[in-house]
Ligand binder design. Structure first.
Ligand code: 13P
Length: 250
């Protein structure tokens, strides 16, 4: 039985003061949540959020990590640096990074390996674009992205990572994959993991859905057997909305 995991991806939103206010609002509402809970915040907010969530069930996440241990990589942060300020999870390969910042399946894989070896739990994003779904390539795309992202990891390492299936056409658009589409494609990803690492690993790895997940659609999505959680953008920026998503089982 996999424990659900709901993560907020704040993207490029919130100053440290705003971040502190948001998590401080959230804490009492979500303190009895049955799922694991993560907020992936901008790096400037790590300190404020870390202090605010100390001793609570909210975990701190980042939105990217570099693959080198250190060196001449202007603007980047290493796994060791993230760990040092209390980061436990890190989103890798988000479609916005693939689209706007030249992230490829190879750099995604390098970042995933660096995260795992550096003691962080990656939340690895995969997902097809609109034209790819319409042309019938969804399964091939997510399978390829999954195989690439996991290359070089052991079965035990894969068991502990999180994969997020985020159809690109559903991100920030208000369009959501139907419960059935999300469940089916996550099933494709799980079978890809099974072929690479065996049934035990595939049964253990947690796979989230992401893309316009909100209080209105979370129950239906989370009722699907393959869906183990959500990666939430817009709805994670307001405490009442994120609370309702996190408490999807109430
Ligand atoms: P939205 O929930 O705003 O569609 O964003 C989803 C997402 O990209 C989470 O990583």
């Amino acid at each position: 039985m996999r424990k659900a995991i709901i993560a907020g991806n704040w993207k490029m939103n919130k100053t440290p003061d705003e971040a502190k206010a948001l998590v401080t609002d959230l804490i009492p509402w979500v303190k009895d949540a049955a799922c694991d809970m993560v907020v992936c915040v901008p790096a400037v907010c790590f300190q404020a959020v870390k202090e605010a969530v100390r001793g609570t069930n909210i975990h701190l996440g980042a939105q990217n990590v570099h693959f080198a241990e250190k060196g001449a990589y202007t603007g980047e942060l290493s796994a060791e640096m993230l760990r040092a300020v209390g980061v436990e999870y890190v989103i890798i390969g988000h479609s916005e990074r693939r689209q706007y910042f030249g992230e490829t399946d190879i750099t995604v894989n390098k970042r995933v390996r660096a995260a795992v070896r550096g003691g962080l739990t990656p939340i690895v994003c995969v997902g097809e674009k609109k034209d790819e779904r319409e042309a019938g390539y969804t399964d091939a795309i997510v399978e390829y992205q999954t195989r690439m992202a996991l290359t070089g990891l052991s079965a035990d390492e894969v068991k502990n990572i999180v994969i997020a299936y985020e159809p690109v056409w559903a991100i920030g658009t208000g369009l959501t994959a139907t419960d059935g589409q999300a469940n089916e494609t996550i099933g494709v990803i799980r079978r890809a993991v099974a072929r690479l690492y065996g049934e035990d690993t595939a049964a253990a790895v947690r796979i989230q859905y992401g893309g316009s997940m909100n209080p209105g659609n979370v129950k239906g999505l989370m009722a699907q057997p393959e869906i183990d959680g959500g990666l939430i953008g817009g709805a994670s920026l307001k405490a009442p909305d994120f609370t309702q998503v996190v408490l999807f089982d109430r």
